[in-house]
Design a protein around this ligand. Structure first.
Ligand code: NAI
Length: 364
């Protein structure tokens, strides 16, 4: 293990400071490295890039590190946090905006948690629109046909987005950009948010009214105990027949079985999914040579009106650059004795994103 650290020390310790910040980087993908190497190289940071996800079985790999860097499908539950604390790990640095996979309550008082509140909200909002356009204009089918020199149009009839009502759930950074994009298409936008933005010019309605009026529903709120399965059989029962559901937020917002039933019953016109509740061991991996055990996902993918991308909405050059630059800044700030721990998620305040951080400029 020391050998690995030494190798990375050689690569990244360019600043020549007295101490090196050792970071175990879990669930590394090939596209993560260039931007983290770039920004890590500007500081005394030694990354240990690990392909494995962080969970109770792999947490031992964090031994000897000051921080762990994790992504959306790493499991940072109370048991993992206890081990990290035991190993003296001081920081969990999420390289994502969403943090539903981290038990922030269990981390309080033990390990600081930071995230990247915004990198490129455009990346996700534009992907949501890309999925929607692909679906309504049958681009996925046309692409496959023309590759085989089949130039027929039968079955490719779409519909105009112009004039349709889109219901946006969650009007934060991504939701607002998606709203702007939809307005550019001449769509009528209604929205639901637990905390509506005042003076935003957005037409807020209740969730129930949004379900009833929308031709298209796009989800942009976080996954919490409250939002888990917000799209279930009962919600689907209230929606317009033929509704299109777009989810680029978190899989757990949708009860996938209920979605499948809605599609089979022809109640749901189409589903565009960048996330899936049980994606953790499937998405980001090449499973093409394997039998797919997840029957719900198999069935969804087999439907002509379902498009699945594997949690790639964030994946633009601009977003990767923003993620790495902010994550490295977060790490540096949290290890500086007198600095604010930037973008810290604090359980204590009850308002975990707007911690007052009075005395110590950090949550504990
Ligand atoms: P944000 O924090 O700016 O906005 C979230 C909005 O949801 C806020 O306006 C908040 O008031 C609202 N909200 C909170 N609880 C709610 C509830 N119970 N019902 C309705 N609305 C509620 O977050 P941002 O940056 O817009 O991201 C939104 C979500 O997108 C993230 O939580 C994350 O899960 C997902 N995401 C997905 C990515 C992907 O690659 N597929 C990449 C980045 C984010």
């Amino acid at each position: 293990m020391n050998g690995l650290w030494d190798i990375h020390f050689e690569v990244f310790c360019r600043k020549g400071g007295p101490t090196v910040l050792k970071v175990a980087f879990f669930d590394t993908k090939i596209y993560d490295k260039p931007s983290f190497e770039h920004y890590g190289g500007m500081h005394d940071i030694a990354f240990r890039f690990l392909e494995t996800k962080l969970n109770e079985d792999s947490v031992e790999l964090a031994k000897g590190s000051d921080a762990v860097c994790v992504f959306v499908n790493d499991t940072v539950n109370a048991a993992v946090i206890e081990k990290l604390y035991e190993y003296g790990v001081k920081l969990i640095a999420l390289r994502s905006a969403g943090y539903n996979n981290v038990d922030v309550q269990a981390a309080f008082g033990k390990v600081h948690v930071v995230h990247v509140p915004a990198y490129s909200p455009y990346a996700v909002a534009e992907h949501a629109m890309a999925l929607l356009l692909t679906s309504v204009r049958r681009i996925h089918k046309a692409y496959n046909r023309t590759r085989e020199f089949n130039f027929t149009l039968t079955g490719l009839t779409g519909f105009d987005l112009h004039g349709k009502t889109v219901g946006v759930v969650g009007t934060g950074k991504i939701g607002r950009i998606f709203i702007d994009i939809c307005r550019g298409f001449g769509m009528h936008v209604i929205a639901y948010d637990r905390y509506p933005a005042v003076d935003s010019g957005i037409e807020y309605v209740s969730l129930e009214e949004l379900f009833e009026r929308s031709d298209i529903i796009s989800l942009h709120c976080p996954l919490t105990a409250e939002t888990q399965h917000m799209i279930d059989a009962s919600a689907i029962g209230k929606m317009k027949k033929g509704v299109i559901i777009v989810n680029t937020s978190r899989g757990g917002l949708i009860d996938a079985e209920a979605l499948l039933d809605g599609i089979k019953a022809r109640r749901i016109g189409a589903a565009c999914l960048d996330v899936y509740e049980e994606e953790a061991d499937i998405f980001f991996e090449d499973r093409s040579g394997h039998i797919m055990d997840d029957e719900t996902l198999s069935r969804l993918i087999s439907m002509p009106n379902v498009i699945v991308t594997s949690h790639q909405a964030f994946l633009t050059e601009e977003a990767l650059d923003g993620i790495a630059s902010t994550t490295v800044k977060n790490m540096i700030s949290c290890f500086e004795n007198d600095g604010v721990c930037e973008n810290e998620l604090c359980y204590r305040c009850g308002n975990i994103e707007q911690c007052s951080k009075e005395r110590k400029k950090r949550c504990f």
